[in-house]
Design a protein around this ligand. Structure first.
Ligand SMILES: Cc1cc2nc3c(=O)[nH]c(=O)nc-3n(C[C@H](O)[C@H](O)[C@H](O)COP(=O)(O)OP(=O)(O)OC[C@H]3O[C@@H](n4cnc5c(N)ncnc54)[C@H](O)[C@@H]3O)c2cc1C
Length: 154
């Protein structure tokens, strides 16, 4: 959809993907399917479900509720798996110390970033932008300061 394409142009990664020829544009969903090497009937059926989500604000197969109606021209990108991550993780205190179930810290064990539990809402819409790097850097500093203090008190 042109509106979303325009939005994407604000992002360096999207512009790079465009320059690399990774973004396909077509006037019909069938043409887009051929360009991407996808079964046209399946892509058309997927679009139908998505459009119903947009029209009736129903959840689609991926749990999305905030679908926007799509119209030609259609843009598509082949996406491959690259990232494994979790929004859950180990419970830590303010210093990044890993906590046991009862709430007492495990001696000399710190966690932050992707392995520590952070802030996240439920479902696909629950991702908080910036939360990954913030907890990696923030807890890195807090844990480092605490570990240094603990060592100096030995
Ligand atoms: C494409 C992409 C975009 C992102 N955009 C954002 C964003 O806009 N904002 C945001 O906040 N977050 C973003 N994130 C998430 C963010 O990058 C991560 O949450 C953050 O990097 C987690 O930091 P970390 O130090 O916990 O883990 P990592 O950065 O994954 O560091 C872990 C390190 O451990 C190393 N390692 C793994 N196993 C071993 C081993 N056995 N021995 C030694 N070393 C090992 C790895 O090589 C890696 O260097 C993005 C992630 C990706 C992939």
């Amino acid at each position: 959809m042109k509106e979303l394409h325009q939005l994407g142009l604000n992002f360096e990664e999207y512009r790079q993907a465009l320059e690399a020829g990774a973004v396909h544009r077509a006037d019909t969903i069938e043409d887009l399917a051929w360009d991407l090497g996808l079964p046209p009937a399946t892509l058309a059926a997927t679009l139908e479900v998505y459009q119903a989500c947009a029209a009736e604000q129903q959840e689609d197969a991926f749990g999305r509720r905030d679908c926007r109606p799509l119209q030609a021209p259609f843009y598509g990108v082949r996406v491959t798996g690259a990232l494994f991550h979790t929004q859950g993780g180990l419970r830590v205190d303010f210093h990044g110390r890993v906590l046991r179930e009862a709430g007492r810290p495990v001696p000399n064990l710190y966690a932050g970033g992707g392995v520590a539990a952070g802030l996240s809402g439920h479902g696909p819409g629950g991702y908080l932008s910036g939360n990954g790097l913030l907890t990696a850097l923030g807890f890195g500093m807090l844990a480092g300061q605490h570990a240094a203090r603990a060592l100096s008190e030995l």
